[in-house]
Design a protein around this ligand. Structure first.
Ligand code: GDP
Length: 458
């Protein structure tokens, strides 16, 4: 089980894989200091790790078996509960050579530590109450952030933005529940701990807060859809070539035969700090259904539907065909479409299209301008991330919906004076759902799902 053995001493390489100037090995648990002290030759007499009573840095040298000489290091030590995991924690900062870091880890395991599982340091921080579950997810959000926007959202969530609002609401509902339960205890004496108009007002406000949070979660989910960019156009205009050039590889099949791409392809790309998903819709939507599989046509149509921005590609080396003319005449300024002229290196046979971006996948012409235009168009239309990490919004949307429903029912029951016992039951359901969001209520299963997505060492 994921939460088993919280008192084991765990160790892992905490720096990024591969060689670097500096590397970090992190150890946490009751034996962390002993494990490291037995490998360390401190440079100063005051550097005895076992005597440290407050956080400090101790310069020294590592003595590793089978290494001819000792190695320089700085040891960061948190002897008490002021560490990330709230357990004694030590970090060895040394040369970032992978075999050296692995040997250090091996020696620490020889001294009684065990290899940490993915996310186990952050799991301990959560179990020790240092982070709530939304903040733990934000740690992963910071590590995985693909652009500034995602990083900003993760940092807001890490700083307790979301958890703070949820915890304040839970406190409020717990108070309300306490009043109701006290009233139930003294039902014989007819003492009223909260009057019905105050109860209704409280439930009203709480419902509004949950609805607001649920909406923020939903908006965060939309942000993913909104960052989709679809390449559309007649077969053979050069969409796959454009896709490969933008994605920086050649996963799309480029073929002189029209309709070579039978399914859609996607690639995550970053345009000057804005992450988006590029989709090659393969031009299948322009072909008669009997020439292509229905499923491929449908998939392609769906991808276009969900795309926030369309790059409508037109071949610069030939005149417009009837389908293209029809689409151009139907297009309006409200469409989220950028017109892209392809094959600008070939002799020009296409009419001038004001506002279109001229490109050549063969020479790279126009790509900087195209990237900048895509980025600007996305920037205009992207909703803000609103301080919520995507994985949190996906995990918690259902809980917030259920909490909102329970509060709605509680409010109705209060209005109908149906009995405080029933109102209290609904409040308990809402509290349970909100508790799942912050992690005050959790199951092994949920923790497993969240923390197994971390890398080892975090
Ligand atoms: P798709 O069917 O729209 O995906 O088009 P492809 O990317 O498969 O390209 C169709 C044909 O156009 C292939 O023969 C490509 O080599 C050619 N092509 C694509 N881009 C360019 C370009 O920038 N310049 C020239 N001269 N040919 C291109």
């Amino acid at each position: 089980m994921f939460t088993d053995h919280p008192d084991d001493t765990i160790a892992a390489i905490a720096s990024a894989p591969g060689g670097a100037a500096r590397g970090i090995v992190r150890v946490s648990g009751p034996r962390a200091i002993d494990c490291v002290a037995s490998l360390l030759e401190a440079e100063t007499p005051s550097g005895d790790l076992r005597q440290a009573s407050s956080p400090r840095v101790v310069p020294g040298r590592l003595q590793l078996t089978n290494f001819a000489s000792t190695l320089p290091c700085d040891v960061y030590i948190w002897p008490g509960v002021r560490s990330y995991t709230r357990q004694p924690t030590v970090e060895i900062h040394t040369l970032g050579s992978p075999p050296l870091l692995s040997a250090t880890l091996g020696e620490l395991c020889g001294q009684g530590a065990r290899l940490a599982k993915p996310g186990e340091f952050t799991l301990r921080a959560f179990l020790a109450g240092r982070l709530d579950l939304t903040q733990a997810e934000a740690v992963l959000g910071v590590i995985d952030a693909a652009d500034r926007r995602e990083l900003d959202a993760a940092l807001v969530q890490l700083a307790g933005g979301l958890g703070g609002a949820l915890n304040a609401l839970r406190d409020r509902l717990l108070d309300l529940l306490a009043h109701l339960e006290a009233g139930l205890d003294f039902v014989e004496e007819d003492i009223e701990f909260i009057n019905s108009s105050r109860l209704q007002a409280e439930l009203d406000e709480s419902q509004a807060i949950v609805a607001g949070l649920a909406e923020r979660m939903a908006r965060r989910g939309e942000a993913l859809d909104s960052a989709r960019v679809a390449l559309v156009g007649w077969p053979n205009v050069g969409k796959s070539s454009l896709f490969n050039a933008l994605a920086g590889d050649d996963r799309a099949i480029v073929s002189p035969q029209p309709g070579a791409t039978r399914d859609y392809l996607r690639a995550k790309i970053s345009l000057n700090g804005v992450a988006c998903e590029l989709i090659d819709t393969a031009g299948v939507e322009t072909l008669p259904a009997d020439e292509i599989g229905d499923a491929a046509q449908q998939a392609s149509g769906e991808q276009r539907e969900r795309a926030r921005l369309e790059l409508f590609c037109l071949d610069g080396s030939r005149p417009l065909n009837a389908w293209e003319e029809a689409r151009l005449s139907q297009s309006t300024a409200a469409d989220r479409t950028l017109f892209v002229v392809t094959k600008a290196d070939a002799p020009r046979r296409l009419v001038e299209l004001p506002g279109a971006i001229e490109t050549s996948s063969a020479t790279g012409q126009g790509f900087d301008a195209l990237r900048a235009r895509i980025r600007d168009a996305l920037d205009e239309t992207l909703p803000s991330d609103d301080g919520i990490v995507l994985s949190t919004s996906i995990r918690c949307r259902e809980s917030l919906r259920l909490a909102a429903e329970s509060l709605g029912r509680a409010e109705e029951l209060a209005r109908l004076a149906a009995g405080e016992e029933l109102v209290a039951a609904e409040l308990r359901v809402a509290l349970d759902q909100l508790g799942q969001v912050v992690g005050a209520v959790y199951t092994e299963d949920v923790l497993d799902r969240i923390f197994s997505r971390f890398c080892i060492g975090k």
